[in-house]
Every structure is written in C-alpha cells, then in structure tokens.
Ligand binder design. Structure first.
Ligand code: NI
Length: 224
C-alpha cells in the first residue's frame, strides 16, 4: 500500500463501477409486471448515489480491499493475528462471504472477497470486523476529539480502499499482488517466508509452487 495513510480516501472514479452501478440501478427499477425499464442516468447522479451509499451495488461481486490501522507505526494486526482470525470467522458466520485471498501485514491488510449471490453490502461486514477486532485491543490508544465524542475507538482508519474485480485477469493480478505484498513492503525476501498469507493455502492446494515469485508486472503494480 503506498499512499493510503490518510484518514479519508477519495471515491474512486472507476468507470467499471459506474457501469455496474448503472446496471444495478436499472435492475432495481424493475416494476412488478416484470418489464425491464431501461433508464439512462447521468454519470454525475450515479457518482452522488455511490458516494451516498458508500457501498457497491454489485450483487454477489468480487472485491479487492485494503484496510489499514489508524496508527501506521503499530503492529496490532500481526501481534493479534489469532484474534483477527477469530473475528473474521465470527463475522463470516453472521454475514457470509468467501475470502479468495488475504495477507495480513503489521499495520494493514489486503484481501479479496466474493459475496454470496444477491448480496452486495461489504461495508457492514467491514464495520463488523473492525468493531469486533477493536474490542479485543486494550484501551489507551490516541483518539481524536471527534472519536472521543462519538465513543469510537482509534484503532482503524475509518475508510477503506475497495476495487471491483473486473474479470479473471484482474482477479489474478490482485491475488498475486496480495501474495507479493510482504516482499513489496520489505518484511521478507521470499513470499513463502511470510506466515500470514493465503499464499500457503494456494501452495497446499497445488495452485502455486512453494518458491513462487511475482512477475515483473505484479512487482510494478501500485494499488492502495
Ligand atoms: Ni500493502
């Protein structure tokens, strides 16, 4: 992750999301008669809608996420990695999703999720995970006045980065990016040496060799 150290990130103007949002919007307008009412909506309006919902409208889509700690110098995620695992599994029991790939770094994580068909609300899922994890961390972190007033913990950045996976190639690139990330951030020299990664699951399943190394394209990739 390169420049996600800000508290709030701008909404991403990916055209693919707009297209998908438009499709979803059209689908939502299907009247009881079953006749599909196609309606061209202005892009600007969709941007606003997207910003308002702060959630993607793709039912059952696949998404890449980056979620970071508020204090980037802390290593809470790896220090409490067992708690994090429990939190993920509790959250998934409550609201299911598939974890296609994941890497836990000391102060941030990257992952790819697929939501069940008909579901699109990843924001609530992340809220749940962040809340459950923060509850496991001893109090005493620095908090802004705003957070103090709201009774909010100061563990996570409020916003997270999300990207809609467009196709198989996009999926592969982002999976590779995730597995290469500990090397990218300088924690290890070889992908296999980082323990908190779905890379090991991929090796066990025979998808990747133990000595896998990212290609040049993935090494050059710079997503948040
Ligand atoms: Ni990263």
């Amino acid at each position: 992750m390169s420049s996600v150290g800000r508290e709030s990130l701008p909404l991403k103007p990916f055209s693919i999301q707009i297209e998908i949002a438009e499709i979803a919007l059209v689908r939502k307008r299907i009247p009881p008669s079953g006749q599909i009412m196609y309606r061209k909506t202005k892009l600007q309006k969709l941007h606003l809608l997207y910003a308002k919902l702060n959630t993607c409208l793709v039912p059952g889509g696949t998404f890449f996420f980056t979620v970071a700690l508020l204090e980037r110098k802390r290593s809470l995620l790896t220090e409490h990695v067992d708690d994090l695992r429990l939190v993920f599994s509790a959250a998934r029991k409550h609201r299911p999703f598939i974890i296609d790939a994941i890497v836990i770094l000391p102060d941030h994580l990257h992952c790819i999720w697929t939501l069940p068909p008909g579901y699109s609300d990843f924001s609530t899922r992340w809220h749940d995970i962040k809340f459950r994890f923060a509850a496991k961390i001893p109090h005493g972190e620095r908090r802004s006045i705003r957070r103090q007033n709201k009774g909010e913990r100061g563990i996570w950045q409020r916003r997270f980065w999300e990207h809609v996976i467009r196709d198989g190639q996009d999926l592969s690139r982002h999976i590779d990016y995730i597995h290469y990330n500990p090397v990218k951030h300088g924690h290890v020299d070889r992908v296999t040496d980082w323990p908190y990664s779905s890379f090991h699951r991929y090796v066990r399943l025979g998808v990747l060799p133990q000595n896998w190394a990212a290609g040049e394209e993935v090494r050059q990739m710079d997503v948040e």
